[in-house]
Design a protein around this ligand. Structure first.
Ligand code: NAD
Ligand code: UDP
Length: 349
């Protein structure tokens, strides 16, 4: 991360600390653990929680992230950073846990699929055990991948999905499904206070430029004048949620009153083909890049769009940032970074 990004992030945190964007639902200070807290979403979540006055512990093994993502928080008295692997038990005293630790980009989670499965399953067992001991509320960052390549469109939470259990994406999809099972079983058996959020494709500043995900690939390619790699025909769809909307959804779900434990879809229902995303990226960057086609990866879902009826009803939540606006902000951030400061976590991008 460049100094420019650190300054920007610091200013953002200062703004939050002045109370301009405080979460109205949060009334008391809590000790909060964020696993995967140095990642793309985790670092924004930590920033927001510290800004809301909480005591935040960020736990990460830095597999797909770098310390620079939380460097601006390090000298804050309410923030602690622990290098730790969530597959190993750890003893902490906390009131809330957001469990985000898991590689999320296909190239990252397929790099060591056995470790990905362990991270989801053993990681869930470890955080659930901690939550049971502390009587903490624990939120699982699940995924739209639990729906696999869906036959139902858009996808409501009641849809049980169509996942290939033996394909290359299964380490992630089935790992996340098993984690949901564990959360529900701890809830039923131990009355554990849980929340499950199914996150749909989320993008924004601080995505790892070498994560191989479609937004980071297209923006990086466009800004460097490289060809834009569309896998398959580009007719497959995704629905892209800007990171600020997503973080707001996570916090509302964690702090929601009542019995609503989820699963709840959090995502932006505006659906785009991958070709449309490529064309918008070219328009917003002003790049001269050509669109080229590469083979479609195995089991790549053909369409994906969240039904957010439950999020609207129970959390009064819906996204506010359209793709054009969020993508422009993301492009601006990518323009400001020094790409040489980023280490590709895996060769898959
Ligand atoms: P990310 O890769 O930037 O963040 C994941 C973080 O977890 C990284 O900091 C990584 O180093 C850490 N991590 C990985 N394995 C770990 C382990 N064994 N122990 C400790 N830390 C570990 O990805 P992200 O996009 O920020 O995703 C965060 C969470 O949200 C993930 O659980 C992911 O499955 C979920 N999610 C994200 C999206 C999305 O579009 N961004 C969509 C669905 C679900
Ligand atoms: N994709 C693409 N070109 C790229 C990267 C991804 O066409 O350079 C496609 C990919 O095949 C998928 C979609 O974009 O259909 C979203 O991919 P991503 O890896 O971001 O996330 P997914 O939703 O598949 O987990």
């Amino acid at each position: 991360m460049t100094c420019v990004e650190t300054d920007t992030a610091r200013k953002r945190l200062d703004k939050l600390l002045q109370g301009e964007s405080r979460e109205k639902h949060v009334t008391t200070i809590k000790r909060i653990l964020v696993t995967g807290g140095a990642g793309f979403l985790g670092s924004h979540l930590c920033e927001r929680l510290v800004g809301d006055g909480h005591d935040v512990i960020c736990l990460d093994n830095f597999f797909t992230s770098q310390k620079a993502n939380v460097a601006h928080l390090l000298d804050h008295p309410n923030f602690e950073l622990i290098r730790h692997d969530v597959t190993m038990p750890i003893w902490l005293e906390v009131d809330q846990i957001y469990n985000l630790a898991c590689p999320a980009a296909p190239g990252h989670y397929q790099f060591n699929p056995i470790k990905t499965m362990k991270t989801s399953v053993v990681g869930a067992i470890n955080v659930l055990g901690m939550a049971r001991r502390c009587r903490a509320r624990v939120l699982q960052a699940s995924t739209s991948e639990v729906y696999g390549d869906p036959e139902v469109h858009p996808q409501p939470e009641s849809y049980r999905g169509s996942v290939n259990p033996i394909g290359p994406r299964a380490c992630y999809d089935e790992g996340k499904r098993a984690a949901e099972t564990l959360f529900m079983d701890y809830h039923r058996m131990n009355k554990l206070d849980i929340r499950i959020v199914r996150i749909f494709n989320t993008y924004g500043p601080r995505m790892h430029p070498f994560d191989g995900r479609v937004v980071s690939n297209f923006v990086r390619q466009a800004l460097s004048g490289a060809d834009i790699t569309i896998y398959g025909e580009g007719t497959q769809t995704r629905s892209f949620c800007y990171r600020d909307d997503l973080i707001e959804g996570l916090i509302r779900m964690m702090n929601g009153a009542g019995d609503f434990i989820g699963p709840v879809n959090i995502g932006n229902p505006d659906e785009f083909t991958i070709r449309q995303l490529a064309e918008l990226t070219i328009e917003l960057t002003g790049a001269n890049s050509k669109l080229i086609h590469e083979p479609l990866p195995a089991d790549d879902p053909t369409r994906r769009q969240p039904d957010i009826t439950l999020a609207k009803k129970h959390l009064d939540w819906e996204p506010t940032v359209p793709l054009r606006e969020g993508l422009a902000k993301t492009i601006e951030w990518f323009r400001g970074i020094d790409i040489d400061e980023f280490r590709p976590p895996t060769p898959n991008y």
